[in-house]
Design a binder for this molecule. Structure first.
Ligand code: SF4
Length: 398
Protein backbone atom coordinates (compact mmCIF):
# COMPACT_ATOMS: atom_id res chain seq x y z
CA UNK A 1 0.00 0.00 0.00
CA UNK A 2 1.30 3.44 -0.80
CA UNK A 3 0.91 6.43 1.48
CA UNK A 4 -2.18 7.68 -0.31
CA UNK A 5 -5.90 7.74 0.37
CA UNK A 6 -7.11 4.47 1.75
CA UNK A 7 -10.81 3.89 2.46
CA UNK A 8 -10.13 0.29 3.57
CA UNK A 9 -8.32 1.51 6.70
CA UNK A 10 -11.45 3.27 7.97
CA UNK A 11 -13.52 1.78 10.78
CA UNK A 12 -17.23 2.47 10.98
CA UNK A 13 -18.40 2.30 14.61
CA UNK A 14 -22.17 2.58 15.16
CA UNK A 15 -22.99 4.32 18.44
CA UNK A 16 -25.88 3.03 20.62
CA UNK A 17 -27.07 6.69 20.56
CA UNK A 18 -28.05 6.42 16.88
CA UNK A 19 -25.16 8.09 15.10
CA UNK A 20 -21.91 6.62 13.76
CA UNK A 21 -18.25 7.27 14.44
CA UNK A 22 -16.05 7.07 11.36
CA UNK A 23 -12.47 6.54 12.54
CA UNK A 24 -9.93 7.01 9.76
CA UNK A 25 -6.10 7.10 9.64
CA UNK A 26 -6.13 10.91 9.47
CA UNK A 27 -8.82 11.65 12.11
CA UNK A 28 -12.39 11.09 13.25
CA UNK A 29 -15.77 12.10 11.80
CA UNK A 30 -19.29 11.67 13.14
CA UNK A 31 -22.18 10.74 10.85
CA UNK A 32 -25.56 11.82 12.20
CA UNK A 33 -27.30 8.58 11.18
CA UNK A 34 -26.51 4.93 11.86
CA UNK A 35 -24.51 3.17 9.16
CA UNK A 36 -22.62 -0.13 9.27
CA UNK A 37 -20.29 0.16 6.28
CA UNK A 38 -18.22 2.75 4.42
CA UNK A 39 -20.28 1.84 1.33
CA UNK A 40 -23.21 3.68 2.98
CA UNK A 41 -21.29 6.97 3.02
CA UNK A 42 -22.56 9.34 0.36
CA UNK A 43 -20.29 10.66 -2.39
CA UNK A 44 -20.40 14.04 -0.71
CA UNK A 45 -19.31 12.57 2.66
CA UNK A 46 -16.43 10.64 1.08
CA UNK A 47 -15.43 13.82 -0.75
CA UNK A 48 -15.44 15.73 2.55
CA UNK A 49 -13.28 13.08 4.21
CA UNK A 50 -10.79 13.04 1.35
CA UNK A 51 -10.62 16.82 1.11
CA UNK A 52 -10.02 17.19 4.84
CA UNK A 53 -7.26 14.55 4.88
CA UNK A 54 -9.11 12.04 7.08
CA UNK A 55 -8.53 9.16 4.68
CA UNK A 56 -4.89 9.91 4.13
CA UNK A 57 -2.06 7.93 5.72
CA UNK A 58 0.44 10.69 6.14
CA UNK A 59 4.20 10.54 6.02
CA UNK A 60 5.77 10.00 9.43
CA UNK A 61 9.21 10.65 10.86
CA UNK A 62 8.89 7.77 13.34
CA UNK A 63 10.15 4.26 12.62
CA UNK A 64 8.25 1.54 14.52
CA UNK A 65 10.10 -1.56 15.72
CA UNK A 66 8.74 -4.50 17.69
CA UNK A 67 11.49 -6.68 19.12
CA UNK A 68 10.79 -10.02 20.76
CA UNK A 69 13.48 -10.64 23.36
CA UNK A 70 12.21 -14.15 24.19
CA UNK A 71 9.50 -16.39 22.80
CA UNK A 72 9.27 -18.46 26.02
CA UNK A 73 6.85 -17.43 28.74
CA UNK A 74 6.67 -18.04 32.49
CA UNK A 75 2.86 -18.29 32.26
CA UNK A 76 0.68 -20.91 30.58
CA UNK A 77 -2.47 -19.06 29.47
CA UNK A 78 -4.70 -21.48 27.57
CA UNK A 79 -5.79 -18.84 25.02
CA UNK A 80 -2.28 -17.62 24.14
CA UNK A 81 -1.88 -16.97 20.41
CA UNK A 82 1.59 -18.52 20.66
CA UNK A 83 0.25 -21.89 21.84
CA UNK A 84 0.60 -24.70 19.34
CA UNK A 85 -1.22 -27.50 21.14
CA UNK A 86 -2.68 -28.91 24.34
CA UNK A 87 -0.77 -31.44 26.41
CA UNK A 88 -3.06 -33.48 28.72
CA UNK A 89 -0.08 -34.39 30.92
CA UNK A 90 0.69 -30.70 31.53
CA UNK A 91 -2.63 -28.91 31.95
CA UNK A 92 -1.00 -25.61 33.03
CA UNK A 93 1.72 -25.62 30.35
CA UNK A 94 0.36 -25.78 26.78
CA UNK A 95 2.82 -26.44 23.94
CA UNK A 96 4.22 -23.19 22.53
CA UNK A 97 6.05 -21.88 19.46
CA UNK A 98 9.79 -22.78 19.52
CA UNK A 99 11.63 -21.10 22.42
CA UNK A 100 14.33 -18.61 21.38
CA UNK A 101 16.19 -15.83 23.22
CA UNK A 102 18.17 -12.86 21.96
CA UNK A 103 21.93 -13.10 22.13
CA UNK A 104 24.27 -10.06 22.21
CA UNK A 105 25.46 -10.42 18.60
CA UNK A 106 21.85 -10.51 17.36
CA UNK A 107 21.15 -7.30 19.33
CA UNK A 108 23.98 -5.64 17.37
CA UNK A 109 22.54 -6.96 14.08
CA UNK A 110 19.07 -5.66 15.04
CA UNK A 111 20.49 -2.21 15.83
CA UNK A 112 22.26 -2.13 12.46
CA UNK A 113 19.07 -3.20 10.64
CA UNK A 114 17.05 -0.51 12.45
CA UNK A 115 19.72 2.07 11.65
CA UNK A 116 19.44 1.28 7.92
CA UNK A 117 15.63 1.31 8.14
CA UNK A 118 15.62 4.66 9.97
CA UNK A 119 17.80 6.20 7.27
CA UNK A 120 15.70 4.64 4.49
CA UNK A 121 12.47 5.95 6.10
CA UNK A 122 14.05 9.35 6.73
CA UNK A 123 12.90 8.94 10.35
CA UNK A 124 14.14 10.96 13.29
CA UNK A 125 12.93 8.77 16.16
CA UNK A 126 12.07 5.18 16.99
CA UNK A 127 8.91 3.87 18.60
CA UNK A 128 9.85 0.52 20.11
CA UNK A 129 7.69 -2.30 21.45
CA UNK A 130 9.46 -4.89 23.59
CA UNK A 131 7.50 -8.08 23.24
CA UNK A 132 7.64 -11.81 23.87
CA UNK A 133 6.58 -14.48 25.06
CA UNK A 134 7.59 -12.68 28.20
CA UNK A 135 10.25 -10.06 27.40
CA UNK A 136 11.43 -9.85 31.02
CA UNK A 137 12.60 -13.47 30.94
CA UNK A 138 15.64 -11.78 29.40
CA UNK A 139 15.93 -8.47 31.24
CA UNK A 140 19.53 -7.86 30.13
CA UNK A 141 18.53 -8.15 26.46
CA UNK A 142 15.71 -5.64 26.99
CA UNK A 143 18.25 -3.15 28.35
CA UNK A 144 20.74 -3.95 25.60
CA UNK A 145 18.16 -3.47 22.83
CA UNK A 146 17.14 -0.07 24.22
CA UNK A 147 20.72 1.05 24.92
CA UNK A 148 21.93 0.02 21.46
CA UNK A 149 19.06 1.51 19.47
CA UNK A 150 19.25 4.78 21.46
CA UNK A 151 22.59 5.22 19.68
CA UNK A 152 20.70 5.18 16.35
CA UNK A 153 17.93 7.69 17.18
CA UNK A 154 15.87 8.71 20.25
CA UNK A 155 13.74 5.76 21.39
CA UNK A 156 10.41 5.75 23.22
CA UNK A 157 9.51 2.24 24.26
CA UNK A 158 6.50 0.29 25.43
CA UNK A 159 6.78 -3.18 26.92
CA UNK A 160 4.06 -5.79 26.65
CA UNK A 161 4.59 -7.92 29.76
CA UNK A 162 2.50 -10.21 31.93
CA UNK A 163 3.71 -8.12 34.89
CA UNK A 164 5.00 -10.98 37.05
CA UNK A 165 8.66 -9.96 36.68
CA UNK A 166 8.03 -6.20 36.29
CA UNK A 167 9.42 -5.10 39.67
CA UNK A 168 9.77 -1.38 40.45
CA UNK A 169 13.58 -1.72 40.28
CA UNK A 170 13.48 -3.22 36.78
CA UNK A 171 10.98 -0.60 35.61
CA UNK A 172 13.20 2.20 36.93
CA UNK A 173 16.26 0.82 35.15
CA UNK A 174 14.31 0.42 31.88
CA UNK A 175 12.89 3.94 32.22
CA UNK A 176 16.46 5.27 32.18
CA UNK A 177 16.92 3.69 28.73
CA UNK A 178 13.64 4.88 27.19
CA UNK A 179 10.75 2.81 28.57
CA UNK A 180 7.66 5.04 28.72
CA UNK A 181 4.79 2.58 29.21
CA UNK A 182 4.00 -1.02 30.07
CA UNK A 183 0.98 -2.99 29.03
CA UNK A 184 -0.07 -5.52 31.67
CA UNK A 185 -3.03 -7.87 31.44
CA UNK A 186 -5.64 -8.88 34.00
CA UNK A 187 -8.38 -11.40 33.25
CA UNK A 188 -10.91 -10.36 35.91
CA UNK A 189 -10.95 -10.59 39.69
CA UNK A 190 -8.39 -12.76 41.51
CA UNK A 191 -10.36 -16.00 41.11
CA UNK A 192 -11.04 -15.43 37.44
CA UNK A 193 -7.56 -14.16 36.62
CA UNK A 194 -5.73 -16.95 38.46
CA UNK A 195 -7.76 -19.57 36.61
CA UNK A 196 -6.34 -18.45 33.24
CA UNK A 197 -3.16 -16.44 33.82
CA UNK A 198 -1.29 -18.92 36.00
CA UNK A 199 2.34 -19.96 36.02
CA UNK A 200 3.30 -23.03 34.06
CA UNK A 201 2.97 -25.05 37.26
CA UNK A 202 -0.47 -23.63 38.09
CA UNK A 203 0.21 -20.83 40.61
CA UNK A 204 -1.99 -17.70 40.48
CA UNK A 205 -0.44 -14.34 39.56
CA UNK A 206 -3.11 -11.71 40.37
CA UNK A 207 -1.70 -10.47 43.69
CA UNK A 208 1.88 -10.23 42.45
CA UNK A 209 0.86 -8.34 39.30
CA UNK A 210 -1.25 -5.81 41.27
CA UNK A 211 1.64 -5.32 43.71
CA UNK A 212 4.08 -4.76 40.84
CA UNK A 213 1.80 -2.27 39.05
CA UNK A 214 1.38 -0.24 42.26
CA UNK A 215 5.16 -0.34 42.88
CA UNK A 216 5.97 0.78 39.33
CA UNK A 217 3.54 3.71 39.65
CA UNK A 218 5.04 4.75 42.99
CA UNK A 219 8.66 4.68 41.89
CA UNK A 220 8.62 5.67 38.20
CA UNK A 221 6.73 7.79 35.64
CA UNK A 222 6.17 4.76 33.42
CA UNK A 223 2.53 4.76 32.27
CA UNK A 224 0.42 1.66 32.88
CA UNK A 225 -1.96 0.33 30.25
CA UNK A 226 -4.15 -2.28 31.86
CA UNK A 227 -5.44 -4.65 29.24
CA UNK A 228 -8.48 -6.48 30.52
CA UNK A 229 -9.16 -9.72 28.70
CA UNK A 230 -12.87 -10.36 28.77
CA UNK A 231 -14.77 -13.60 28.37
CA UNK A 232 -18.51 -13.16 27.90
CA UNK A 233 -19.81 -15.34 30.73
CA UNK A 234 -19.03 -13.47 33.99
CA UNK A 235 -19.23 -9.65 33.68
CA UNK A 236 -19.35 -9.15 37.47
CA UNK A 237 -15.82 -10.48 37.76
CA UNK A 238 -14.46 -7.48 35.79
CA UNK A 239 -16.37 -4.96 37.87
CA UNK A 240 -15.02 -6.60 41.05
CA UNK A 241 -11.51 -6.46 39.63
CA UNK A 242 -11.84 -2.76 38.73
CA UNK A 243 -13.14 -1.90 42.22
CA UNK A 244 -10.28 -3.85 43.79
CA UNK A 245 -7.51 -2.43 41.66
CA UNK A 246 -8.82 1.15 41.90
CA UNK A 247 -7.90 0.96 45.60
CA UNK A 248 -4.37 -0.22 44.83
CA UNK A 249 -3.22 1.88 41.86
CA UNK A 250 -3.72 5.45 40.68
CA UNK A 251 -6.65 5.24 38.21
CA UNK A 252 -5.76 8.66 36.75
CA UNK A 253 -2.43 7.23 35.64
CA UNK A 254 -3.88 3.98 34.32
CA UNK A 255 -5.35 3.38 30.88
CA UNK A 256 -7.90 0.58 30.68
CA UNK A 257 -8.17 -1.32 27.41
CA UNK A 258 -11.14 -3.72 27.41
CA UNK A 259 -10.38 -6.57 25.07
CA UNK A 260 -12.76 -9.49 24.50
CA UNK A 261 -10.73 -12.70 24.23
CA UNK A 262 -10.45 -14.41 20.91
CA UNK A 263 -9.36 -18.00 20.85
CA UNK A 264 -6.21 -17.99 18.76
CA UNK A 265 -6.20 -21.73 18.12
CA UNK A 266 -7.05 -20.93 15.18
CA UNK A 267 -8.89 -18.32 15.36
CA UNK A 268 -12.60 -17.83 16.02
CA UNK A 269 -13.98 -17.90 19.53
CA UNK A 270 -16.72 -20.47 19.84
CA UNK A 271 -17.96 -18.61 22.93
CA UNK A 272 -18.46 -15.48 20.87
CA UNK A 273 -19.73 -17.23 17.76
CA UNK A 274 -22.39 -19.17 19.66
CA UNK A 275 -23.21 -16.53 22.26
CA UNK A 276 -25.22 -13.38 21.90
CA UNK A 277 -23.14 -10.54 20.50
CA UNK A 278 -25.64 -7.98 21.74
CA UNK A 279 -25.44 -9.25 25.34
CA UNK A 280 -21.68 -9.18 25.12
CA UNK A 281 -21.67 -5.58 23.89
CA UNK A 282 -24.05 -4.54 26.68
CA UNK A 283 -21.81 -6.14 29.34
CA UNK A 284 -18.72 -4.57 27.84
CA UNK A 285 -20.27 -1.12 27.82
CA UNK A 286 -21.29 -1.51 31.50
CA UNK A 287 -17.73 -2.49 32.40
CA UNK A 288 -16.39 0.50 30.43
CA UNK A 289 -18.79 2.83 32.28
CA UNK A 290 -17.61 1.51 35.65
CA UNK A 291 -13.97 2.06 34.55
CA UNK A 292 -14.75 5.66 33.69
CA UNK A 293 -16.67 6.29 36.95
CA UNK A 294 -13.70 4.98 38.96
CA UNK A 295 -11.43 7.51 37.24
CA UNK A 296 -9.54 5.13 34.93
CA UNK A 297 -8.67 6.43 31.48
CA UNK A 298 -10.20 4.44 28.63
CA UNK A 299 -8.03 3.57 25.65
CA UNK A 300 -9.51 5.16 22.51
CA UNK A 301 -10.38 2.94 19.54
CA UNK A 302 -8.15 3.40 16.49
CA UNK A 303 -8.56 3.11 12.74
CA UNK A 304 -7.38 -0.01 10.90
CA UNK A 305 -4.02 1.55 10.09
CA UNK A 306 -1.10 -0.36 11.60
CA UNK A 307 2.43 1.02 11.11
CA UNK A 308 3.82 -2.53 10.97
CA UNK A 309 1.57 -4.48 8.63
CA UNK A 310 -0.59 -1.97 6.68
CA UNK A 311 2.32 -1.08 4.41
CA UNK A 312 3.81 -4.23 2.90
CA UNK A 313 7.36 -3.07 2.42
CA UNK A 314 8.66 -2.71 5.98
CA UNK A 315 9.26 0.99 5.35
CA UNK A 316 7.37 2.23 8.38
CA UNK A 317 7.97 -0.64 10.80
CA UNK A 318 9.43 -4.08 11.45
CA UNK A 319 8.63 -6.99 13.74
CA UNK A 320 11.80 -8.82 14.73
CA UNK A 321 12.09 -12.20 16.46
CA UNK A 322 14.78 -13.09 19.03
CA UNK A 323 16.85 -14.86 16.35
CA UNK A 324 16.69 -11.80 14.06
CA UNK A 325 13.88 -13.13 11.85
CA UNK A 326 11.54 -10.57 10.28
CA UNK A 327 7.73 -10.78 10.30
CA UNK A 328 4.87 -8.54 9.18
CA UNK A 329 2.91 -8.51 12.45
CA UNK A 330 3.47 -9.54 16.05
CA UNK A 331 0.83 -12.27 15.78
CA UNK A 332 2.97 -13.97 13.13
CA UNK A 333 6.25 -13.63 15.06
CA UNK A 334 7.98 -16.88 15.92
CA UNK A 335 5.99 -18.89 13.34
CA UNK A 336 8.38 -20.20 10.66
CA UNK A 337 5.62 -20.23 8.01
CA UNK A 338 5.37 -16.41 8.24
CA UNK A 339 9.11 -15.64 8.30
CA UNK A 340 10.02 -12.93 5.76
CA UNK A 341 13.81 -12.79 6.06
CA UNK A 342 16.25 -11.69 8.75
CA UNK A 343 17.95 -8.55 10.01
CA UNK A 344 21.29 -9.53 8.48
CA UNK A 345 20.14 -10.05 4.87
CA UNK A 346 16.85 -8.10 4.88
CA UNK A 347 13.46 -9.13 3.49
CA UNK A 348 13.22 -11.98 0.97
CA UNK A 349 11.22 -10.22 -1.74
CA UNK A 350 9.99 -13.47 -3.32
CA UNK A 351 8.08 -14.58 -0.17
CA UNK A 352 6.52 -11.25 0.81
CA UNK A 353 3.39 -11.64 -1.29
CA UNK A 354 2.55 -15.08 0.14
CA UNK A 355 3.64 -14.58 3.74
CA UNK A 356 2.75 -10.97 4.52
CA UNK A 357 -0.17 -11.20 6.97
CA UNK A 358 -1.83 -8.26 8.64
CA UNK A 359 -3.03 -8.12 12.23
CA UNK A 360 -6.57 -7.85 10.82
CA UNK A 361 -6.22 -11.27 9.21
CA UNK A 362 -5.54 -12.74 12.66
CA UNK A 363 -8.43 -10.85 14.14
CA UNK A 364 -11.39 -13.03 13.20
CA UNK A 365 -14.36 -11.36 14.85
CA UNK A 366 -17.97 -11.49 13.82
CA UNK A 367 -21.40 -10.20 14.64
CA UNK A 368 -24.11 -12.01 12.75
CA UNK A 369 -26.66 -9.35 13.67
CA UNK A 370 -24.78 -6.52 11.95
CA UNK A 371 -23.90 -5.64 8.37
CA UNK A 372 -20.26 -4.95 7.58
CA UNK A 373 -19.55 -3.74 11.11
CA UNK A 374 -18.42 -6.48 13.47
CA UNK A 375 -19.61 -6.72 17.08
CA UNK A 376 -16.33 -5.09 18.16
CA UNK A 377 -17.15 -2.05 16.00
CA UNK A 378 -20.46 -1.71 17.88
CA UNK A 379 -18.60 -1.96 21.19
CA UNK A 380 -16.00 0.56 20.10
CA UNK A 381 -18.81 2.92 18.99
CA UNK A 382 -19.94 2.97 22.63
CA UNK A 383 -16.35 3.47 23.81
CA UNK A 384 -16.04 6.42 21.42
CA UNK A 385 -19.08 7.94 23.15
CA UNK A 386 -17.38 7.50 26.53
CA UNK A 387 -14.10 9.00 25.31
CA UNK A 388 -15.49 11.60 22.92
CA UNK A 389 -13.98 14.41 24.96
CA UNK A 390 -10.54 13.04 24.02
CA UNK A 391 -11.30 13.27 20.30
CA UNK A 392 -10.03 16.58 19.06
CA UNK A 393 -12.76 18.33 17.06
CA UNK A 394 -14.28 15.47 15.08
CA UNK A 395 -15.68 16.39 11.68
CA UNK A 396 -19.50 16.37 11.58
CA UNK A 397 -21.83 15.09 8.86
CA UNK A 398 -25.51 16.03 9.01
S1 SF4 B 1 1.46 -14.20 29.47
FE1 SF4 B 1 1.11 -13.63 27.30
S2 SF4 B 1 2.74 -14.69 26.17
FE2 SF4 B 1 2.62 -15.64 28.21
S3 SF4 B 1 1.26 -17.41 27.94
FE3 SF4 B 1 -0.01 -15.68 28.65
S4 SF4 B 1 -0.80 -14.72 26.77
FE4 SF4 B 1 0.94 -16.03 26.18
Amino acid sequence: MSLTNSMELIRVMPSPRGYTWVVAPGGVAKVSRQITSTSELSEQEVGYMEASGLTRVSESNVFHATVLTATDCNLGCGYCFQNTGVNPDRPFAPDRIPGTKLDPSTVDDIALFIKRAVVHANASSISMVLFGGEPLLDFDSCLRVLDTTQEVAPVEAVMVTNGVLMTPGRAARLEETGLRAVQVTLDGDRKRHDATRHTRNGRGTYDLICQNIAGVQESTSVAICLRVNILPDDPDSYVKMLLDIAGKVDPQQTFVDLSPVRDYSWNESSALRDGSARDLIKSLVEIAEVSKRLGFRLARPASRFCPFCSIADGKRGAVIGPDGSLYSSWQAAGRPEFRLGNVRDGYIQSVIEDRWVTCRQFDARSCSEAGDSTWSDYFDGAIMDLTWDLVAAPGQFH
